[in-house]
Design a binder for this molecule. Structure first.
Ligand SMILES: *[C@@H]1O[C@H](CO)[C@@H](O)[C@H](O)[C@H]1NC(C)=O
Ligand SMILES: *[C@@H]1O[C@H](CO)[C@@H](O)[C@H](O)[C@H]1NC(C)=O
Ligand SMILES: *[C@@H]1O[C@H](CO)[C@@H](O)[C@H](O)[C@H]1NC(C)=O
Length: 488
């Protein structure tokens, strides 16, 4: 009896197990069928997650050797603009071509003393359509530099970088910023214009060609394949950069903005922009023969720029990076744009105000009032000259191992007319006007990927000195919870 009971109990157990197994199997089959039915609508691509997890490994090795440049020029501008290229081109380390609109085969390329990029002849574009009224059909030739640079078939390329003949790069910073991105993914990296009306007219979401831009290798390969058929669809557009961004848009790719690229769609004095650069490495500048020379006492735009490169040579990652400190003793405010200029205000100026660019520049184009608007976090240029900062421009930089000293000289003491103007400002007992030079001490700034992803501004200290004509400042990393403000 007891045995029988046990038997039926175990039999009913078995039935329960059998039934639930069948239900489970049916459930699995049905759900698998459902999942694969949904999935079948989505094409399968291999996951790119694998690459992302190796970002550090891949990018840490990105160097100038991995970049190929395509530079747009023409027979009218090359002869003078090549002086801009000479400033940044490193013949032994860089690859690429300057594309010209005439046959360069007969030119003696050795004539260039090997200091400039090789010259390439752009292919004929007469077969392509260009319908923008009053525009230049050379836009097609310049746009096709993208596919013609890819067709140079260089090996071991991670990035293609395109620019105009009046674009200058800071190569160490270009490489550093690109190393933040996985070159095996599709990237289109650059920046739009500073001019609000230019962006409104052309696009906010396009890399402006003069600022230069980068396209990752796999994206450039695909783009080059489809490019010729694509540009005929955009014959109504004005420029080359518009054609390139439109063809990238067809591939589903939009612009990744990097604030270090500068189109410089402005005129006059670009001091305000350079002195309050965004917290990002300086990658490029453009239109330097349209704006005033960046150092006012150097007449030639190229020579003025060369002076900036002198500083960049010592500490490229730090060039024009802004640091602010407050002198408690005199209640002065000091804003440093490393390697370029130091501004000293004889009063307390709040930090957020200093981080906005002074509008020292003028619109790129005259006419409409909208032209006066810029895509820059901007403040008006101080109209009361007695309240303006005393500006000290970089004079010289020297370094010993990783320790760097940069010296800035008073721009007002240099100029008699300015001295006279300032003589009328009510003089306070201690005025930064009396300072002759400012010495800034720093260690070489080596950016790593983490600092690029999560940048933090550095701190500075005004050092005690006995000489009233000299101010000394040291730059350093901020302490963990350190704040930058006037300690009254
Ligand atoms: C350039 O000139 C050379 C020599 O005259 C000629 O062989 C070549 O085909 C020309 N190239 C182009 C693109 O016209
Ligand atoms: C690059 O490779 C393509 C395809 O293999 C070839 O047609 C083309 O001639 C090559 N170009 C150069 C400059 O070697
Ligand atoms: C300085 O102030 C005096 C008196 O107010 C005035 O006459 C003179 O024109 C001013 N000089 C300059 C250079 O502004």
């Amino acid at each position: 009896m007891h045995f029988l009971q046990e038997f039926t109990k175990s039999r009913s157990h078995k039935i329960v197990i059998l039934i639930s197994s069948i239900i489970l199997i049916i459930y699995l089959i049905v759900s698998f069928a459902l999942v694969s039915r949904f999935n079948s609508k989505l094409p399968h691509y291999s996951s790119s997650l694998h690459h992302i997890s190796h970002l550090e490994d891949i990018s840490s090795a990105t160097s100038l050797d991995h970049i190929v440049f395509g530079i747009a020029s023409n027979k009218v501008s090359w002869n003078s603009r090549k002086e801009f290229i000479r400033l940044w081109w490193k013949p032994k380390q860089m690859r690429g071509c300057v594309f010209l609109d005439y046959n360069t085969t007969l030119l003696d390329q050795d004539n260039q003393h090997d200091l400039l990029p090789p010259l390439c002849t752009s292919a004929d574009t007469t077969g392509f359509l260009y319908t923008y009224r009053g525009g230049l059909r050379s836009a097609i030739r310049v746009a096709r530099i993208v596919s013609e640079t890819v067709a140079l078939n260089h090996t071991d390329v991670r990035w293609f970088v395109f620019a105009d003949d009046d674009t200058v790069f800071f190569p160490e910073n270009l490489v550093k910023v690109l190393s933040k991105y996985d070159h095996e993914l599709w990237y289109y990296i650059g920046s739009n214009s500073e001019s609000f009306s230019q962006n409104t007219f052309f696009s906010f979401d396009m890399a402006y060609g003069g600022a230069g831009f980068a396209i990752s290798y796999p994206l450039a390969k695909v783009l080059a394949k489809t490019f010729d058929s694509c540009i005929d669809r955009y014959s109504y557009l004005y420029g080359s950069d518009g054609r390139i961004s439109s063809c990238l848009a067809e591939l589903g790719v939009s612009l990744t903005k990097e604030p270090g690229f500068h189109q410089v769609d402005m005129k006059g004095d670009m001091f305000g922009l350079l002195a309050a650069h965004p917290l990002a490495p300086l990658i490029s500048l453009h239109h330097l023969d349209i704006v005033n020379p960046i150092f006012p006492y150097i007449e030639s735009p190229v020579k003025a720029l060369e002076h900036l490169y002198e500083a960049a040579k010592h500490d490229p990652h730090r060039i024009i990076q802004q640091t602010v400190c407050y002198d408690m003793y005199f209640s002065w405010t000091v804003s440093i744009s490393w390697g370029y200029a130091v501004q000293v205000y004889a009063r307390h100026v709040p930090l957020p105000y200093l981080l906005r660019a002074q509008k020292t520049f003028k619109p790129f184009k005259r006419g409409k009032r909208m032209n006066n608007n810029f895509n820059i976090d901007m403040r008006e240029y101080e109209s009361d000259r007695c309240r303006r900062a005393v500006v000290f421009y970089m004079d010289r930089v020297s370094s010993e191992k990783d320790e760097i000293q940069s010296v800035y000289r008073n721009s007002i003491l240099r100029s008699r007319s300015k001295k006279l103007l300032h003589a009328n400002c009510s003089r306070i007992p201690a005025s930064p006007l009396d300072l002759e030079e400012i010495r800034v001490f720093s260690n070489k700034f080596e950016l790593n990927v983490k600092q690029l992803l999560a940048p933090r501004r550095q701190c500075c200290d005004v050092l005690p000195v006995t000489n009233s004509e000299v101010m000394e400042i040291s730059l350093r990393e901020c302490k963990v919870e350190e704040l930058i403000y006037m300690h009254l």
